[in-house]
Write a protein that binds this ligand. Structure first.
Ligand code: BYC
Length: 313
């Protein structure tokens, strides 16, 4: 057996045995590329996802709500950092990853291109967006790349708190005045379908799924994740007497799952190709913050250089 096929065989054996691939292990180029694509897009999503929530920090209704929201947004920044660091173990730099985002070569989750119009949207984001993210991310704790899997363990713990804080906001609004309940219903109406889109195209249409499932980068298909999310979220809406905005939503006894309507895929395609309601604003804001933070990066680099020099004195 040639050396190359020997390495490939060892890689395949590890995947088959559910062992983790670690940064210094040999891996096929396409595996590395696919991971860089998915992990960096995941990191970008966490960081861009801070914007719709940050929009409400100065207008949170109480000091307690404000400090909880602030902590959640800081968690998202931390998730971005774990994920960028994990991606860098694949031999790509943070600068390259950020440049790909700024030049439109790398995507981020479609959901963050929708505006957060009312305080109830902060509830809906925690309940639905973090709820959808957890369904996906729990499965990613078993992803085949070690640094990604380990980052997911901590991220999932924090996301579970995020989901609860969002649902709790919705509970309070739904049991409040008629106007508050209406605000909660309106937020559910606007965030429901974009949340279902977070899981990506149908399995048959998904460009990367088949290979990603074989390599165990993905452990759950897009449609299976979406179904799981619907099944767990509909009863939560029922408890607080809010209505999921889908006339086709119906419990299917034979399947043991909810049937639900079709996503507007034209809207999804528009949003992921840069033409959603807030795409330009989100990217513009990220570029501005990145430019304004240049002095911090320069100062850190100068400090690290100086420290290395004095260590040799
Ligand atoms: N949005 O072949 P497919 C959070 C793209 S943030 C945008 O099925 P894949 C939070 C896809 O990238 C958590 N693009 O792709 C933060 C591909 O395009 P490229 C975010 C999407 O990778 C703050 C093309 O469509 N979670 O929790 O097999 C506050 C074909 O798709 C989307 C993650 O990122 C989308 N929704 O499956 C609150 C989880 N869907 O790359 C909360 C990690 C698809 O060829 N990622 N596309 O240009 C994944 O699990 C997978 O990447 C996906 C898509 C399931 C999202």
């Amino acid at each position: 057996m040639s050396e190359a096929s020997d390495l490939e065989q060892r890689f395949e054996d590890k995947i088959a045995a559910d062992e983790r691939i670690e940064p210094k292990d040999w891996m096929p180029d396409a595996y590395r590329k696919n991971l860089i694509r998915q992990m960096s897009q995941h990191a970008h999503s966490e960081v861009i996802g801070m914007q719709p929530e940050g929009n409400w920090l100065t207008r949170a209704p109480t000091l307690e709500r404000k400090s909880v929201l602030l902590a959640k947004i800081q968690d998202e920044a931390g998730h971005g950092l774990y994920l960028y660091s994990a991606t860098e173990t694949l031999g790509v730099t943070r600068e390259e990853l950020v440049a790909a985002l700024h030049e439109g070569r790398a995507k981020y989750a479609s959901i963050f291109n929708y505006p957060s119009l009312t305080w109830a949207d902060i509830g809906a984001i925690g309940w639905l967006v973090d709820g959808a993210a957890i369904v996906n991310q729990i499965s990613l704790q078993r992803t085949s790349y070690g640094p990604y899997a380990r980052a997911m363990v901590r991220i999932c713990k924090e996301e579970s708190f995020h989901q609860r804080q969002g649902y709790q906001i919705m509970v309070r609004l739904a049991e409040g005045s008629e106007a508050q309940k209406q605000m909660a219903q309106d937020a559910l109406n606007r965030w429901w379908w974009p949340s279902l889109m977070m899981f990506g195209p149908h399995d048959g249409e998904s460009a990367h799924s088949a290979q990603s499932m074989l390599w165990k980068i993905k452990r759950m298909s897009n449609d299976d994740g979406r179904q799981k999310f619907v099944d767990q979220t509909v009863p939560q809406a029922d408890i607080i007497d809010l209505t999921v905005p889908d006339p086709d939503l119906k419990w299917n006894e034979a399947r043991g799952h909810y049937d639900f309507g079709e996503i507007n895929w034209d809207e999804f395609m528009q949003v992921i190709s840069g033409n959603g309601p807030c795409n330009r604003q989100r990217l513009g804001q990220h570029k501005k913050a990145h430019e304004e933070g240049a002095w911090v990066r320069e100062a850190m680099a100068a400090y690290a250089k100086r420290k290395a020099e004095t260590a040799h004195d």
